[in-house]
Design a protein around this ligand. Structure first.
Ligand code: ATP
Length: 222
């Protein structure tokens, strides 16, 4: 008897400070490509970067507003309930305790994050817990350090069927639109007193409280 094929669960982590249309479009394309439930998962204390400008509660409120009205992209706030740094390996262990060992899980990472994977806490254990979907945008190709290349040579696939055949362990490139939007740009627009229309979902502009954390944010460049 064949075991029932379980729909993949994909996790898209980030600071979402604030969430913008680049994030949402990419999450949507990954959901379509993988035929997966995609969860946007805001990080509490991202270990690899400066602290967010907006509080966890504010980032959560913005994500809730952004995701309202559709059912394909969901919110996963597990990292906000944990104290200390949001190490992905711990998050995936927690997720596995909840959903069990058999459902395919796909960790979605941007090409920038992928290149830096060998710097992540217990990174080699990630492959035992999830597949990795590398979000590849034209003009943002991932550099692959030797250490990473060796680890993934036998894991790479271009077939989503391989992701359904195992709960974890494969690496797949997912080509996504290159919307040139960054949260830094949105924060800079707001700090300069301009409205970030068409960079963020309309729902964020509809409630003046949602973006209020950025009104006095200092201007930064990428
Ligand atoms: P910041 O400008 O503050 O660095 P950001 O816009 O890059 O923020 P993050 O929350 O750090 O947003 O991003 C989470 C994930 O989304 C990362 O993997 C990042 O590569 C990806 N991402 C960010 N912006 C885009 C975009 N415009 N298109 C596709 N992916 C994006």
């Amino acid at each position: 008897m064949h075991a029932e094929v379980q729909r993949p669960l994909a996790l898209f982590g980030g600071t979402f400070d604030p969430v913008h249309l680049g994030h949402l479009r990419v999450a949507w394309e990954a959901a379509e490509f993988l035929d997966a439930e995609v969860r946007l998962m805001p990080a509490n204390v991202p270990p690899h970067r400066p602290q967010p400008v907006a509080s966890a509660a504010q980032r959560l409120a913005m994500l809730r507003a952004a995701l309202r009205g559709q059912g394909r992209l969901l919110l996963d706030d597990r990292e906000l309930h944990r104290k200390g740094p949001s190490y992905t390996v711990d998050t995936l262990v927690g997720l596995r305790e909840e959903i069990g060992a058999t459902r395919p899980v796909v960790l979605l990472v941007g090409a920038d994050a992928w290149s830096g994977l060998p710097g992540w806490h217990r990174w080699q254990e990630l492959f035992g817990l999830a597949h990795i979907g590398v979000l590849t945008r034209a003009g943002h190709e991932a550099r692959e350090p030797d250490e990473l290349q060796q680890q993934v040579a036998t894991r790479r696939t271009s077939s989503t069927a391989d992701l359904l055949a195992a709960p974890a362990g494969r690496v797949i490139d997912i080509c996504v639109s290159a919307l040139e939007i960054s949260a830094t740009e949105v924060r800079n627009e707001l700090a300069a007193g301009r409205q970030p229309r068409y960079l963020v979902p309309d729902a964020l502009l509809a409630d003046p409280l949602l973006l209020s954390a950025y009104a006095a944010a200092p201007v930064q460049c990428d």
